[in-house]
Structures are given as structure tokens and as C-alpha cells.
Write a protein that binds this ligand. Structure first.
Ligand code: ADE
Ligand code: ZN
Length: 328
């Protein structure tokens, strides 16, 4: 067996991680025992998350999320994630949070959000890492629920809420069906991001750019299938939140050699490196930077430039960005 290589030392930042899918198996097992929830089917014999394909992953992720029930549970989830990211050299994280998970936890979105923000503030006080949140609509819950999620998001703005987005099953519902939800968020001044070009081809990315005034696309990697679209992305300065380990682990690409990170970089596409759902995909922010170096050949300077681009295209305010740039 080859020795694992070290994590690159450069400061890191990520713009795309789903909070509840950042929960380590031990934390989920501990909370499940506390609340009497059977989570045995979530894990393999070695205690790692178990799922077979993207649909099964979404079900597993819902079950893991169901064992977070109090504001303190969510504070702890956010705090632990940030502590570990900071230990790996990360200075900034934007988390996707979900009004739907907030409602389903029994807490309601505001108490859920307050818990998360408390955890982010504690982690920042302890380590300096900055955390912000992007509420999102789950596409597979449909456009009506999307409008509701957007309303809930804009009625509960705190300084840590910096954007609005959409994740979920890309093969269900066209982007234009969510135009009303995104309009509610845009009118409240929130910049937008939307998952696309992961499970659907380049056309999913083009349809998203046509229907929704997004600044960033979650994944977006399949844009590489169309040269005109890539030129549009570069010209419009659209940022792709690239999640290479997620893409290979979920089977969007069979291996790193066929992943388009290098081609997207060579085309001049703005991008960041992100974990998506880290323990589900056996990754972490440190591992993403390590894989970018080891599997894609990025130098330390390249990686530092990736972090700089992530901060430039982060949704936080300029004062926060200036604080982050000072750490680079
Ligand atoms: N929600 C959590 N992870 C996701 C992914 N990779 N794609 C779409 N929705 C998600
Ligand atoms: Zn995602």
C-alpha cells in the first residue's frame, strides 16, 4: 500500500458543502443512540457511510440529518466541521443549509439557523475560521416547496446568511420551474448558486444560466461537453464550485484521469475545490487539495490561486473578504 501523502499547506477555502452531509459517522451514531433512531443501515462493517448510488445517497443523507434535533445539535455539527476544517488549514466555509431540514427537525428554520450560527461563531472564536450559510431548496421537493423555502430564507436573514441556492435531484424539474423561488431570493439581495451539470449534461448548465441569474454553479463540470457554453461561462465570469472527489465517488466520472478539472482550468473557468458531502465520499477539505495536487498536478501556487478565487467569488461581504485575503 502506498503511504497517504501530506495535505498541502496553503490556506484553503470552500464554497460548497452540505451541512448535514458533513456529519461524521461517530456524531450521527451518538445522536441516533440519544434519540433512539436505528441508523444501522447507514453504515458498513467498518462504520463508514454505506450507499449504492446517488438516489440511495440522498436517502442516507436524509436519515443522517434526522438525528439533529436541537439548536445545540446543529451548533455542535457546524462547530465540529469548522474545527476540523481549520485544523486542515481552511480559513472559510460556505455551508448549504436547508429550510426543509430545519422544519423537519421539529425545530423550525429559525431555531435551526440560530443553532448553526452559534456553532460557526464558536468555531471562529476558537480558530479564526469564518463560516457563512446558503439556504437552499431541494429540487426533488418541487417548485412550490422551492417558493416556500425561498420565503422562509428571506424572512430569516441574519448576517451569516449570504446567498440562496438549489441542490437535489437534477433529473427532476427544469431550472425555469424554480425561477419564482430564485426571484424571491434575488429581490432580497441574495446572490444565487444552483447545482447543475452533475447528473445532466451541459444542457442542464445552459438551461440554468438561461433561467436563473446565478453567479455560481454547483458542480457544472459537464459544461466541458460544449465549447460555446464554456466560452459563455468564462465571458460571464460564472464560478464553478467543483467537487472532484464527489464526482468520482458518485460515478459522474469513472476516474480522476477522465475528470475535466484540468480542461476547465485550461479554458480559464473560475472555480474552487469543494467537498460536497465529505464523510459520505470519504473526503475533507484537506483531501480535496491533496487530490488536486496528486491526481491533477496542481502546484502549491496553483492551489493558492484556487483559494484566492474562492474568496473573490465567495458570497460574504467585502469587509470579511478583506480579512480573509489578509490571511493568504
Ligand atoms: N445534495 C447533497 N449532495 C448533492 C449532490 N452531489 N448533488 C445534488 N444534490 C446534493
Ligand atoms: Zn452539492
Amino acid at each position: 500500500m502506498t503511504e497517504p501523502t501530506s495535505v498541502p499547506l496553503v490556506p484553503k477555502a470552500e464554497l460548497h458543502v452540505h451541512l448535514e452531509a458533513g456529519a461524521a459517522p461517530e456524531l450521527v451514531r451518538r445522536n441516533a443512540a440519544r434519540y433512539g433512531v436505528d441508523v444501522s443501515r447507514l453504515f458498513d462493517e467498518e462504520g463508514r457511510y454505506l450507499w449504492t448510488d446517488f438516489s440511495a445517497f440522498l436517502v442516507a443523507y436524509d436519515l443522517a440529518a434526522s438525528v439533529f434535533r436541537t439548536p445545540e445539535d446543529f451548533a455542535e455539527l457546524a462547530e465540529i466541521y469548522q474545527q476540523e476544517a481549520a485544523a486542515a488549514g481552511s480559513i472559510y466555509t460556505e455551508f448549504f443549509v436547508s429550510p426543509d431540514f430545519g422544519e423537519r427537525s421539529g425545530l423550525g428554520y429559525r431555531a435551526y439557523l440560530d443553532g448553526i450560527v452559534e456553532g460557526l461563531r464558536r468555531a471562529e472564536a476558537a480558530t479564526g475560521i469564518v463560516g457563512r450559510v446558503i439556504p437552499l431548496v431541494e429540487r426533488h421537493y418541487g417548485p412550490e416547496r422551492g417558493v416556500e423555502a425561498a420565503r422562509i430564507a428571506v424572512n430569516n436573514l441574519v448576517p451569516e446568511v449570504v446567498g440562496f441556492g438549489m441542490a437535489g435531484e437534477e433529473r427532476l424539474h427544469a431550472p425555469h420551474e424554480f425561477a419564482a423561488a430564485f426571484e424571491i431570493a434575488a429581490e432580497a439581495g441574495l446572490p444565487l448558486t444552483c447545482h447543475a451539470g452533475e447528473w445532466c449534461s451541459w444542457e442542464g448548465v445552459a438551461a440554468t444560466l438561461d433561467a436563473i441569474p446565478v453567479k455560481r454553479i454547483g458542480h457544472g463540470v459537464r459544461a466541458i461537453e460544449n465549447g460555446d457554453l464554456i466560452r459563455r461561462i468564462v465571458e460571464e465570469g460564472i464560478h464553478l464550485e467543483i467537487c472532484p472527489v464527489s464526482n468520482v465517488t458518485l460515478g459522474v466520472y469513472p476516474d480522476y484521469a477522465r475528470h475535466p478539472l484540468r480542461a476547465l482550468r485550461e479554458a480559464g473557468v473560475r472555480h474552487s475545490l469543494n467537498t460536497d458531502d465529505p464523510p459520505f465520499f470519504w473526503t475533507s477539505v484537506g483531501h480535496e487539495y491533496r487530490m488536486a495536487r496528486d491526481a491533477f498536478g496542481l502546484s502549491e501556487d496553483d492551489l493558492a490561486a484556487v483559494t484566492r478565487t474562492a474568496i473573490e467569488d465567495a458570497f460574504c461581504d467585502e469587509v470579511t473578504k478583506a480579512r480573509l485575503f489578509a490571511k493568504l
